[in-house]
Design a protein around this ligand. Structure first.
Ligand SMILES: NC(=O)c1ccc[n+]([C@@H]2O[C@H](COP(=O)([O-])OP(=O)(O)OC[C@H]3O[C@@H](n4cnc5c(N)ncnc54)[C@H](OP(=O)(O)O)[C@@H]3O)[C@@H](O)[C@H]2O)c1
Length: 416
């Protein structure tokens, strides 16, 4: 137990001394709505790690889209959903990315010890579940949850509670804020581009990446580059071109130059369907122009969903894969089944990443092969503001992070 009951944000307790209370920038049901209203700093009890769990003093946290959804309380009320499963807390501490220092470990934790500098991943599951014990990829387990979204005690607080396998070594050369920025989007993109054999990125493969300047997109461009593929990015504004090119995109397409987005018209409506097809073909020609040859993408990296899936399916090469991890623009994505079956295309769902995939991505970042693409750093009281920018699609290219325990930006070590 620490000598003080609660410490100011940025004032670290001695390593291993855990105070009774902490500051958390949290969400309550009564405040569900735009992120800048939903998040508020309150004081709550510090959780105690149970068997297999780790308590981490958060140095920095990452901003991700999932806590835009948590703030809105839609499509899922994460607080209500947890309470229905027996959770007592009537608040949500979000934050699915973090860097920090281990302050306490529960029984049977052997992979980390007090004082270790770690980066946290957000994939959680019950290690004793029958499907996990049976050797199933734990991301496919019925017990799988996303920490800091479906699970409580995320990184928008002085202390975070995780399972031991969520801890990975922090790349030493990175600042705390850069180390908090990449794991969620990076490992998700890694699984999407390498996890679905035989549709993985091979040398010379063209890959179409929606939202190239976003969190996922910034990682997908770099991963495709590292695997020898040819990343081609889509954005909504020319101001984002240079960012994508710097990360390794061969070229960039502006989606605002086209207007056929959204749900497919009825295939029996020849006029409307013809107009849609013309739009999709024009977009395909823009892809060829950037690529420099008439070749379709072997993989399309999708997450906008409803707005983009019809075009993704139309464009991807025969036997190619549209891999998707979200439906930011809507969930009613239409597929013209004729293209799917006749051209034997694959529409593959993908969700975060398993331990091995997180470890590989983390190692690539540690080696300097993947940059966290950190664009902006916020103070602890700006958790809502950073998510509000994301909600309004006004955030800067790349990934955003929030200083929690780190008293200032630019630090790589724990201040003693
Ligand atoms: N399942 C998972 O494991 C997982 C993991 C990470 C993220 N996600 C989800 O994936 C989505 C994207 O996350 P992110 O971190 O990359 O967000 P982000 O940083 O906001 O990037 C998304 C990008 O998508 C583009 N976009 C927005 N609306 C679009 C539309 N209607 N059509 C085409 N492009 C559009 C925007 O770029 P332009 O405006 O420049 O085109 C935006 O920058 C979110 O819904 C998030 O919750 C899921």
């Amino acid at each position: 137990m620490a000598t003080k009951e609660i410490y100011d944000v940025g004032e670290a307790p001695p390593i291993g001394e855990v105070p009774a209370k902490m500051h958390a920038n949290l969400i309550r049901e009564s405040r569900f709505g735009p992120p800048n209203e939903a998040f508020q700093i309150e004081q709550v009890d510090v959780p105690t790690p149970g068997p297999g769990q780790v308590l981490v003093y958060v140095m920095a946290a990452g901003t991700n889209y999932n806590n835009v959804w948590a703030a809105l309380g839609a499509p899922v009320n994460v607080i209500g959903a947890r309470q229905r499963q027996g959770a007592e807390e009537d608040f949500h501490i979000g934050g699915s990315d973090a860097s920090g220092v281990v302050y306490a470990v529960g029984d049977a934790v052997t992979n980390v010890q007090v004082g270790d500098h770690v980066v946290l991943s957000c994939g959680m599951w019950d290690e004793n579940a029958e499907d996990v014990q049976g050797g199933r990829d734990p991301m496919m387990s019925s017990t799988n949850k996303v920490w800091g979204y479906e699970e409580n005690w995320g990184s928008f607080a002085q202390f975070a509670l995780v399972d031991h396998y969520q801890c990975f070594p922090k790349p030493e050369r990175l600042t705390w804020e850069a180390a908090a920025a990449y794991m969620l989007v990076g490992a998700t993109a890694w699984r999407m581009l390498t996890g679905w054999e035989p549709n993985v990125v091979h040398e010379g493969d063209p890959v179409l990446i929606w939202g190239g300047a976003g969190g996922l997109g910034s990682m997908a461009i770099q991963i495709t580059r590292e695997l020898g593929g040819i990343p081609i990015a889509v954005v909504s504004d020319e101001s984002k071109y240079e960012f994508c090119l710097q990360l390794g995109a061969k070229g960039v397409i502006n989606r605002k130059d086209f207007d056929h987005w959204g749900r497919l018209p009825n295939v029996d409506d020849a006029e409307a369907f013809g107009a849609w097809t013309q739009g999709a073909r024009a977009f395909g020609r823009a892809f060829w122009d950037v690529l420099g040859e008439r070749k379709s993408p072997t993989i399309v990296f999708d997450h906008p969903g409803e707005a983009t899936v019809p075009t993704s399916i139309f464009l991807v090469e025969n036997g190619g894969m549209v891999v998707i991890c979200a439906g930011t623009s809507g969930y009613n994505a239409d597929v013209d089944l004729r293209y799917l079956w006749m051209r034997q295309k694959r529409l593959q769902g993908s969700h975060f990443a398993n331990v091995e995939q997180c470890a590989t991505l983390n190692e690539m970042v540690a080696q300097g092969r993947i940059d966290p693409a950190l664009s902006r750093v916020f103070r602890f009281d700006e958790v809502g503001a950073s998510h509000q920018l994301m909600y309004e699609n006004q955030h800067p290219p790349g990934n955003m992070a929030i200083l929690v325990g780190a008293p200032e930006a630019g630090l790589t070590d724990f201040p003693s």
